[in-house]
Design a protein around this ligand. Structure first.
Ligand SMILES: *Cc1c(COP(=O)(O)O)cnc(C)c1O
Length: 222
């Protein structure tokens, strides 16, 4: 955790950014509740999970801790209720239908669900995400829904490449966010950067980096 925080701080400094503007999301998928608890004891509050079933068990077990849970996996429509009821953020909204279901299921007594749209920048590992040309229309649809708060954009560019290639990929997402903001959306979140490419993401304006391996070690299962 300290190593990752130092990497973020160094990249922020190189980019002339305040490291306090970059949130560290600890991706705890495949790791047990005990490991999340230990990370919390070391000062970590925000955790990311990809699988609803697995996440729910941890969220319930750790409900006494003031943790913030982010859903960052592919969303199946039969899981939208569980996600809307148990998570604080969803990074992977890519279809209006899914956004509608999340809005309908978000309990009124909770704060609005913070949402990022997942963008497929091309050449992605997973084929999920809205095409760049369709981002604007989806953003308008999501903005109009109750109980959701549209915060920004997320992407998972293909891994690998040198830092300049990584930066070009992340710059494309930043540009899309800037275009939405020029159209008045007022978005504040760029969810981008993982263990291998967090420096490039921070240099291109990431406000949330999603880090698993560099915090918890190699995952035990896929
Ligand atoms: C697993 C995962 C991460 C973390 O990846 P690492 O390379 O282990 O840091 C980040 N974002 C998403 C969407 C993931 O599925």
């Amino acid at each position: 955790m300290q190593v990752v925080r130092a990497r973020i701080a160094a990249a922020a400094q190189a980019a002339g950014r305040d490291p306090g503007d970059i949130a560290l999301l600890a991706v705890s998928k495949t790791f047990a509740a005990g490991e999340v608890r230990a990370a919390h004891a070391a000062g970590q509050r925000e955790f990311g999970e990809n699988y609803v079933q697995e996440a729910m068990a941890k969220i319930v077990e750790l409900s006494a801790l003031p943790l913030i849970w982010h859903f960052i996996g592919p969303i199946q429509s039969n899981k939208t209720r569980a996600i809307a009821e148990h998570f604080d953020w969803v990074h992977t909204v890519a279809r209006e239908k899914i956004a509608q279901r999340l809005a309908e299921a978000r309990p009124v007594e909770k704060d609005p669900l913070d949402v990022c749209l997942q963008v497929n920048l091309g050449g992605e590992q997973s084929k999920s995400g809205v095409a760049p040309e369709a981002v604007r229309a989806l953003a308008e649809a999501v903005r109009a829904l109750p109980r959701l708060r549209l915060r920004g954009l997320m992407a998972i560019p293909e891994p690998g490449g040198d830092i300049s290639l990584q930066r070009r990929r992340f710059a494309a997402l930043r540009l899309l966010l800037e275009q939405l903001n020029a159209a008045g959306f007022g978005l504040d979140t760029l969810s981008m950067g993982m263990s291998q490419d967090l420096e490039a993401a921070v240099m291109e304006g990431a406000t949330i980096v999603r880090i698993g391996t560099a915090i918890f070690g190699e995952r035990k299962q896929a």
